[in-house]
Design a protein. Structure first.
Length: 314
């Protein structure tokens, strides 16, 4: 099992509702040195991925649920690349049709080069209609644009003289360097629960069930659908299934929990992580309990790395 950590403070989620956990208030006041320190410690503790979410702006109707404060994902990824040495860098998830393939391929290749080949690309088609409207991208075209973007970026990353002509994008007569360090390209993981998303995932390196209200019990039939796709063949030992939803374990108040309570919490986490493994999940987000300060949060990450990671990785 691989473990993803969402860098705290990238968004300010209001009080919990609709399965979206409230952001701890200490994360609202983090400054640049705090982000650097947290990223460095996550790296040193041996976690696998640091992830950033993506929204350019928040529709007013979503502000009560998700808040207006969301950092720019690609900028965060570049920042994390410079603050770390070994951990991989990702998003949950990058909304492909918000971007142009030439600009996005350049940004991602640059992050891959500057990180020494530590980039993952987790992506989705998006859901916030008003963001699409503001960007001038028809919402109904988001799936088709995503597929074209993936094809175009793959050509930009691999061809000496890239040429792409599609319904939405035309690229020709342009030299494109640098190429990503990872060859032939960084790993691509597709988020979404629709049949179209699953077919898209089968063409690449993994699937992220999203939105996170999706249940584990729905996994087998969806995985069967992915495996039935011709493009999936040959990926049986490498295909990543990333669970970013709740583990369904009642959290503890970490700072005030007794040793006995923490031991019981560890056992519940390990039992649930075993269940994820039984459903063939290969990576998941670290389930952070409520914390009252940056130091308490870092103490939790140290505890999880010492008490949970070794057994979870088995």
């Amino acid at each position: 099992m691989k473990f993803h950590v969402g860098l705290p403070g990238l968004h300010h989620i209001p009080p919990a509702n609709d399965h979206v956990p409230e952001a701890p208030h200490w994360t609202f006041t983090l400054a640049a040195p705090d982000y650097q320190r947290i990223a460095t410690i996550i790296d040193e503790l041996g976690y696998d991925v640091i992830a950033a979410p993506e929204h350019f702006a928040m529709p007013y109707e979503e502000v009560p649920r998700l808040g207006p404060y969301w950092m720019h994902a690609l900028s965060v990824m570049a920042f994390v690349a410079g603050a770390t040495q070994r951990v991989r860098i990702d998003t949950h998830v990058l909304v492909l049709p918000y971007h142009h393939p030439l600009a996005l391929a350049k940004a991602l290749a640059t992050i891959d080069v500057l990180s020494g080949g530590r980039l993952n690309v987790s992506l989705g088609v998006g859901h916030a209609v008003r963001e699409f409207d503001a960007l001038g991208v028809p919402f109904r075209e988001r799936g088709a644009r995503t597929d074209e973007m993936l094809d175009a970026m793959n050509i930009l990353w691999t061809a000496d003289e890239p040429v792409y002509h599609g319904r939405f994008y035309d690229i020709e007569g342009l030299a494109f360097e640098p190429k990503p360090v990872q060859r032939p390209r960084p790993p691509i993981y597709v988020g979404g629960n629709s049949d179209a998303a699953l077919r898209r995932a089968a063409r690449y390196d993994g699937w992220q069930p999203n939105p996170t209200t999706f249940s584990l019990e729905e996994m087998p039939s969806r995985l069967d659908y992915i495996r039935a796709q011709p493009a999936y063949q040959g990926k049986e030992g490498t295909f990543d299934i990333s669970w970013v939803g709740s583990l369904g374990v009642e959290p503890v108040e970490f700072g005030s929990a007794s040793g006995e309570a923490l031991s019981a919490y560890r056992d519940r986490l390990l039992e649930r992580l075993k269940t994820l493994g039984d459903y063939e999940v290969t990576s998941t987000s670290v389930p952070t309990p409520p914390t009252g300060s940056q130091e308490e949060y870092l103490d939790f990450l140290r505890w999880f790395a010492a008490e949970v990671l070794p057994d979870a990785r088995g």
